[in-house]
Design a binder for this molecule. Structure first.
Ligand code: FE2
Length: 327
């Protein structure tokens, strides 16, 4: 970390690891006054370590977070084709983190790895740390890739994945919310441009199917990463009773979300259990302090959410959209 110390003599503490932790040596200092040094540190470390935690800076609010995230050379992205409910928070490009019941965990994932267009950068700002729990665990996606059984890796790389989603039957988000429009034509254009197959069904229902990568190579570092959300989209992510109720009510093809190999054949639930096991083994946890900002390279580092008690406010911003191959 000599380079980092040279960049920020006597004013910032830089601790190596995942995430690299950067904090001011004196209380009351702001992100703003250290911005050039923080940007240089990020340039030097983000794509090797995978993530940075800026902790202990004074006077941050949502507006300051938005300005900080927007200062790395790319405008903040809107959250289109999302998989979970989020709301915009005041400033443009800032969203609530997933609105999901507090008692439930969200497993490790790379943002929008279920599409072939994803943000390279993701930031989380902890406006209010939970009284209990509520961490944002992270994991090195290169390490996950290395630890997954090579036979599984090869199968995911070769076959790729087919994500199937059904909207408008009241079981998942309505398509209007996911595509951020009331116009069917806009949905169709969005899908065509991205190689997503779409089909309007019944009474205002929509089914989409998209072939996507199972693994990916980082465009700048060349690292291979485990990069998909099969373990989240597969029916086996739900408990047995919920699976049964869903299939009884809408049939297997009508379930809100599911994933197959790219050739349409089923993915073995046991194989995904193995993947979940590797992800769990790679999880890194650190406690949030109110005011912290976590910045991740979204390909190199996955994130999750632990259950929590009491109020918690973590907001998110994303930037630098990257398109994978249209498969
Ligand atoms: Fe996420």
């Amino acid at each position: 970390m000599n380079q980092a110390i040279d960049l920020a003599p006597m004013s910032l503490r830089v601790e190596a690891g995942l995430p690299v932790r950067v904090s001011p040596l004196q209380a009351g200092q702001t992100l703003h006054e250290h911005l050039p040094a923080l940007q240089q540190l990020t340039q030097a470390h983000l794509e090797s370590a995978g993530g940075m935690l800026f902790s202990g800076f004074a006077g941050i609010d949502v507006g300051g977070f938005q300005a900080f995230a927007g200062s790395f050379g790319h405008p903040l992205l809107s959250y289109e084709f999302g998989s979970t409910p989020r709301s915009k928070v005041g400033a443009g490009g800032v969203y609530t983190s997933t609105e999901f019941p507090a008692h439930r965990a969200i497993p490790l994932h790379n943002e929008q790895a279920y599409t072939n267009e994803w943000p390279m950068r993701i930031w989380f700002y902890c406006a209010q740390a939970a009284e209990q729990g509520g961490e944002t665990p992270i994991a090195d996606s290169r390490e996950v890739y290395r630890r997954i059984d090579p036979a599984i890796r090869q199968r995911f790389a070769e076959k790729k994945l087919l994500y199937v989603r059904n909207y408008g039957n009241g079981l998942d988000l309505p398509w209007q919310q996911v595509f951020n429009t009331e116009e069917r034509q806009q949905v169709e254009r969005y899908c065509r441009e991205r190689g997503i197959q779409y089909e309007w069904l019944g009474d205002d229902e929509l089914r989409t199917q998209q072939r996507c990568q199972g693994v990916a190579q980082h465009p700048r570092t060349g690292d291979w990463v485990w990069f998909n959300q099969a373990h989240l989209f597969h029916l086996s992510s739900l408990d047995a009773e919920t699976q049964e109720i869903l299939i009884d009510s809408v049939g297997l093809e009508g379930v809100p979300r599911n994933v197959y190999y790219g050739d349409g054949t089923p993915i073995e639930a046991s194989l995904l259990d193995e993947v979940r096991g590797v992800l769990d083994a790679c999880a890194i946890r650190f406690p949030w302090q109110t005011g912290d900002i976590l910045m991740l390279d979204n390909m190199l580092t996955a994130h999750a959410r632990d259950p929590f008690k009491g109020p918690r406010k973590v907001v998110v911003a994303m930037a630098e959209g990257r398109s994978g191959d249209l498969l």
